[in-house]
Structure formats: C-alpha cells, structure tokens
Ligand binder design. Structure first.
Ligand SMILES: N[C@@H](CCC(=O)N[C@@H](CS)C(=O)NCC(=O)O)C(=O)O
Length: 239
C-alpha cells in the first residue's frame, strides 16, 4: 500500500490520475456518488511527478487518493476506503450483509483478475489469429459476468441492487473501451441478444450522473486506441 511517512504534505482530498485510465475513472465515479469535492491532478505517466512517486512508491501508478496528506493506492482499495470513510453520504458501495459483501468482493476481483486480462489480450491483439483466440476468452468472461449480474442484482437495475455498488463501478470502467474495440475490430462484446442483462446494465450505468460527468470522450479514446494499434501492428510486422 501507500508508504507511511512518504512526505506528502497535508491538505484536502486530492486525486492523482490520468484521464483515459479505467482505474482512475472508478475513483472519480465513487467520489462523485458521494458528492465529494477534490482536487484532480492529471499525471504525465511518461514523466511521473515526485508526488506520485512518493505517494505510490511500490507500483508508481495512478490512481492515488491523497486524503489529508495520506495516500491510498490501488483502485479497489480506494473504493473501499471511500465507502468506509464517507458513510451516510450516499448509498453504500458494499452491501451490509456479510455474505452479499463477500460476493460483491468476489466479482470485483473477477473483473480485475479474469475479465480484464482476457479483454486486454483482445485489446492488444494485432493478428487475426491472436484476435480470434482472445475474443473467445473475452466472450467467456462476459458470459460469466452476465450470470453474475443475474445473481447479484436480484432482478434490480445494478449489480449493487437499486443503486450502483462496487461491482458496477469496477466493471463500469470498461464498456467505453469495449466499444472502442468493437468499433475497431468489428466485434460485439456487449451483444444485446447474447448478453441482454449486461448490455442493458451498461446503458443504465453510463447514464448515471456521477458516471456521465467523468466519462472520457469516446471519440478521443477511439483515436488513441487506433494510434496504439497502429504502433503495435508496426512493431509486430518488423519483428
Ligand atoms: N491495479 C491498479 C492498476 C492501475 C494502473 O494500471 N494504472 C496505470 C494507468 S491506466 C498506470 O499508472 N500506469 C503507469 C505505469 O505502469 O507506469 C489499480 O487498480 O489501481
């Protein structure tokens, strides 16, 4: 976690981020849901600030939430910190019941440990063979999440029930990138016919005010993704 005594000065709430980062997006959504104001500091990840290096000396990554001078690192840890510290200022991100809470933590971990690596392989694939193999794994993970949604939502709008919870925020950082992949690679990861619950959930989640306010510009993401793909393809061709 964050370094104790890392020398970060006291202050209000600050967030070190990168506007295109799905992990940073999670924290911005959670802060927005709680109605918290904070200073947002955009990092240049090619030239990381001293503040970032001192605040997250282990991973040197964003997001870092700095609360009164004390850094908290890793998006899922930060979401749980926000949930515990600012209670009562919005619906809880984790359910009250210990079993439901364990289930929510399980699915949030699934998103990071299983869904994301599968999606990331698809995201980075440059050849048709790579794409076909990666697509299969990504669709399996999406199918699992479709079932998870039915289990967690209990017929309501979100994984968290009537309100957005930790699984919504954790998975919700990816649809915008999934759409960028769909537009570029001709896939349909959130196919409404195959995954009706998840496709409808993604629409609902993206329409939530706290999400809508901080969602990165889809056109810019697509442009950025196409430029990265062109670089990866050129590198693969020259190797
Ligand atoms: N597991 C981390 C992932 C954070 C992450 O990968 N952040 C990226 C930005 S999208 C980063 O800071 N990368 C800088 C680097 O790898 O040097 C989390 O959930 O917060």
């Amino acid at each position: 976690m964050a370094a104790a005594g890392s020398g970060v000065g006291d202050g209000e709430l600050r967030l070190l981020g990168k506007s295109s980062s799905p992990w940073v997006f999670r924290v911005r959504v959670a802060l927005g849901l709680r109605g918290l104001s904070y200073e947002y500091i955009e990092e240049d990840l090619g030239n990381k600030s001293d503040l970032l290096l001192r605040s997250n000396p282990v991973h040197k990554k964003v997001p870092v939430l700095i609360d009164g001078g004390r850094p908290v690192c890793e998006s899922l840890v930060i979401l749980q910190y926000i949930d515990e510290i600012w209670r009562g200022t919005g619906p809880p991100l984790l359910p009250a019941d210990p079993y439901d809470r364990a289930t929510a933590r399980f699915w949030a971990a699934f998103v990071d440990d299983k869904f994301f690596p599968a999606f990331s392989a698809l995201f980075r694939s440059v050849t048709d063979e790579q794409r076909a193999a990666a697509l299969q794994s990504a669709l399996l993970a999406v199918e699992t999440l479709e079932r998870a949604f039915r289990e967690c939502s209990k017929g309501k709008a979100f994984f968290g029930g009537d309100a957005v919870g930790i699984v919504d925020i954790t998975l919700g950082s990816h649809p915008i990138w999934m759409r960028a992949v769909d537009e570029t690679a001709g896939t349909n990861l959130l196919d409404g016919a195959k995954f009706p619950c998840l496709a409808a959930w993604a629409e609902r989640f993206m329409a939530v005010d706290a999400v809508n306010r901080v969602v990165p510009d889809a056109g810019k993401l697509l442009e950025q993704y196409r430029a990265s793909r062109a670089r990866w393809t050129a590198a693969a061709d020259s190797s």
